[in-house]
Design a protein around this ligand. Structure first.
Ligand code: SAM
Length: 206
């Protein structure tokens, strides 16, 4: 789809859109590559993510790319207390929105590739699941590697991260990244239809 195919973003359209969707759309126009989608994840995708979160009683969950919080909401719906949710968001406007919408969670307005350094020794090693929400399909291989390494660097050995994608196949080059992936589930009820994948290093997926 080209930008010119979209409806003019005038007052009428803004009035019809919920604030999160409107902000998401605006940030997509400003930075389409980093956003990866023109609309936040659906309730159906949120459910798939919720069902695939692993978080022990003393663990936290870390999100890479909070956006307007569709997946953040899934983490809270999974019963994880806000103070044990950490969301990295590079875009300052979106980080500010997330802080307002989810005052109990920890929003880190910075690059998820710095996760180990920014979370510090108190959190590193206590991360049950990393949820990668940044658009991995369009990342250069070197950046894919940095994001994947950042996810594994904060979890105990053997844990897996999850991500969602609109692609029919894995968006990560498993051989090059020394990881093993498995499509955990998918839903047609997202725009576009989406799959949730889990990726392991060191261990074969069950
Ligand atoms: C597809 S949006 C995800 C939004 C939300 N999780 C959802 O599912 O609706 C991707 C988000 O990742 C953020 N992002 C991209 N690269 C990032 C990075 N290196 N570190 C942190 N956030 C990043 C973008 O600003 C954008 O908000």
């Amino acid at each position: 789809m080209r930008l010119t195919d979209l409806p003019a973003a005038g007052k009428a359209e803004k009035a019809k859109m919920p604030p999160a969707a409107w902000l998401f759309f605006q940030r997509w126009m400003a930075n389409p590559k980093s956003m990866g989608s023109i609309t936040p994840s659906s309730a159906a995708l949120r459910k798939l993510v919720r069902e695939n979160i692993v978080c022990g009683p003393d663990e936290v969950v870390v999100e890479f790319g909070g956006g307007t919080g569709a997946i953040t909401r899934a983490l809270l719906e999974a019963g994880i207390p806000g103070e044990r949710v950490y969301s990295f968001e590079l875009d300052n406007q979106l980080a500010r929105y997330l802080r307002g919408a989810f005052p109990d969670i920890n929003v880190i307005a910075d690059d998820c590739r710095k996760a180990a350094e920014l979370l510090g020794p108190e959190i590193v090693g206590r991360v049950g699941t990393v949820v990668i929400c940044i658009p991995t399909a369009t990342l250069p291989p070197s950046v894919q590697r940095e994001v994947v390494d950042a996810a594994f660097s904060i979890m105990p050995r053997g844990n897996r991260f999850i991500l969602y994608t609109y692609m029919p196949k894995s968006t990560l080059n498993q051989k090059a990244l020394n990881i093993r992936g498995k499509r955990l589930d998918w839903t047609p009820l997202n725009v576009p239809p989406a799959s949730v994948w889990g990726y392991w290093r060191d261990e074969q997926p069950a």
